[in-house]
Design a protein around this ligand. Structure first.
Ligand SMILES: NC(=O)c1ccc[n+]([C@@H]2O[C@H](COP(=O)([O-])OP(=O)(O)OC[C@H]3O[C@@H](n4cnc5c(N)ncnc54)[C@H](O)[C@@H]3O)[C@@H](O)[C@H]2O)c1
Ligand SMILES: [Zn+2]
Length: 361
C-alpha cells in the first residue's frame, strides 16, 4: 500500500494505492456521513458493488447505477443520481462514492458538487484512465450536446481509493486507452517518464504488479503536483489538456466512437506535429509519440471521413478557444509543454491531415 497526499490551499486528501484492497476503513475518520450513495455504471456495478457494500457496512448504503459509456455522461444521468439522493433523503451530512471509470468519477463528483450546494464524495476509480487521471484533482462534470465537459464544477473528493486489482476485469481496449492518457504526462513535463514507458512497455502491457504500481503512483504524483499549484486552472493546469483540444473534437465528430484515451493519443500526435510545423520543437518529436502510441495499439491515423473542417469546427467550441482564437498546448520537446496562443487554422488543418493514411511524418 502506498499513500500520496494531494495538498491544495484549505484542503488535503489521500490517494491510497493498493494491489488488491480498497482501504475504506482507513478513511473512516474523513467520511463522517451516515448515508452513502454508491454510484456506478452497469458494467462495473455487477463486479464491484457487492464487495464495496461490505466495506461500507458502517454506513447506511444506497446504490444508483447508470448506463455505461460517454453517451451517458449527460444531464439525464446526473439527474438520475439527484433523484436517488432525493428519494432516499440524503442531507448535507451524507456522501457519494463513485465506483467506476472516469465517466462515473466525473458525474458523481458533479452530483456531489451540486446536491445541496456541495456534499462529500469519495473516488473509487476502476479504469486505468480514472486511476491515473480522472479521479484526482476535483474536476467534475457532464457533457453537453455542444461539446465535452461543458457543464461542471471544481469539487475535490475526500479521498481517492485505488485498488489496482480492479484492472484485471478491464477490457484491453480500455486499458490501452488509459495508457494514451498516461503518455500525455511525458509530453507535459516528465521526459524521464517517456523513457520509463519505453523501457517498461512489455511489463506494462502484461500488467506486471510492480510496473503498474509505479505507473499509477507516478501519474497521480504528476497530476497532484500540477493541481496543487493551480487548482482552478488559472495557468499551469491547462497543460494537462495536452492533446485534448484535438482529442475532444475527435470524440465529438466521431460521435464518441473513439474512447477518450484513444482520441487523446491521436491528439498528442497532432499536437506534436503542430509543434514541429510551427518550429517550436525539433523534428522527431512526433515520431517519439507515434512509437509509444503504436506500442500500445492506440490510433495514430485519422480516417478521411473525419475532415479537418469538421474537427476545427468542433475545436472552436472547446473551452480553450479564447475570443475566437485557438489556444493550444504545444511542446518545445518531450516534457516541455507550453500554452500557445493565436494559432492559424490553416496550420492546424495541416497537422490534422498529416495524420491520414499514407502521410509520412
Ligand atoms: N476529471 C478529470 O480530471 C478527467 C481527466 C481525464 C478524463 N476524464 C474523463 O474520463 C472519461 C473517460 O474515463 P474512462 O476511460 O475511465 O471511461 P469510462 O468511465 O467509460 O470507463 C471505461 C469503460 O470501462 C468500464 N470499466 C471501468 N472499470 C472497469 C473494470 N474494472 N472492469 C470492467 N469494466 C470496467 C466502464 O464501464 C466503461 O465501459 C472521459 O469522459 C473524460 O472526459 C476526466
Ligand atoms: Zn483526458
Amino acid at each position: 500500500m502506498q499513500t500520496l497526499s494531494l495538498d491544495i490551499p484549505g484542503k488535503q486528501y489521500p490517494i491510497i494505492i493498493d494491489q488488491q484492497a480498497f482501504h475504506v476503513a482507513d478513511i473512516r475518520d474523513r467520511l463522517k456521513a451516515s448515508k452513502i450513495m454508491l454510484v456506478s455504471d452497469d458494467h462495473v456495478a455487477p463486479l464491484y458493488l457487492e464487495p464495496l457494500r461490505t466495506e461500507f457496512s458502517d454506513y447506511e448504503v444506497h446504490e444508483c447505477v447508470i448506463g455505461a459509456g460517454e453517451k451517458h455522461k449527460n444531464s439525464d444521468s446526473w439527474q438520475k443520481i439527484l433523484n436517488a439522493l432525493a428519494e432516499n433523503g440524503f442531507t448535507r451530512n451524507d456522501a457519494l462514492v463513485a465506483v467506476g471509470g472516469g465517466i462515473i468519477c466525473d458525474i458523481t463528483g458533479f452530483a456531489a458538487a451540486s446536491w445541496m450546494r456541495g456534499v462529500d464524495f469519495v473516488q473509487v476509480p476502476t479504469s486505468l484512465l480514472a486511476q491515473i487521471d480522472a479521479s484526482v484533482g476535483g474536476k467534475t462534470g457532464v457533457n453537453h450536446a455542444a461539446g465535452k465537459n461543458l457543464i461542471g464544477a471544481f469539487h475535490q473528493p475526500q479521498a481517492v481509493l485505488i485498488n489496482i486489482a480492479t484492472l484485471q476485469t478491464l477490457p484491453p481496449r480500455e486499458f490501452n486507452a488509459g495508457i494514451g492518457e498516461a503518455i500525455k504526462y511525458a509530453g507535459i513535463n516528465q521526459p524521464e517518464f517517456y523513457t520509463w514507458l519505453q523501457d517498461n512497455r512489455l511489463a506494462v502491457k502484461q500488467q506486471d504488479q510492480a510496473a503498474m504500481q509505479h505507473l499509477i503512483a507516478e501519474c497521480c504524483r504528476f497530476k497532484a503536483e500540477i493541481v496543487r499549484d493551480d487548482e482552478k486552472e488559472q495557468g499551469m493546469r491547462a497543460l494537462l489538456n495536452l492533446g485534448h483540444t484535438f482529442g475532444h473534437a475527435i470524440e465529438n465528430v466521431s460521435d464518441y466512437r473513439y474512447l477518450h484515451g484513444e482520441a487523446v493519443a491521436l491528439g498528442l500526435v497532432m499536437a506534436a506535429d503542430l509543434s514541429e510545423r510551427l518550429g517550436h520543437a525539433a523534428l522527431g518529436l512526433k515520431q517519439q509519440f507515434i512509437d509509444l502510441i503504436e506500442a500500445f495499439d492506440l490510433p495514430c491515423i485519422l480516417p478521411d471521413k473525419y475532415t479537418s473542417d469538421a474537427i476545427i469546427n468542433a475545436m472552436r467550441l472547446d473551452k480553450k478557444v479564447h475570443s475566437g482564437q485557438h489556444r493550444l498546448i504545444l511542446m518545445r520537446g518531450m516534457g516541455d509543454a507550453f500554452i500557445a496562443e493565436v494559432i492559424p487554422e490553416a496550420v492546424i488543418a495541416e497537422s490534422i491531415d498529416a495524420c491520414r493514411e499514407g502521410e509520412k511524418s
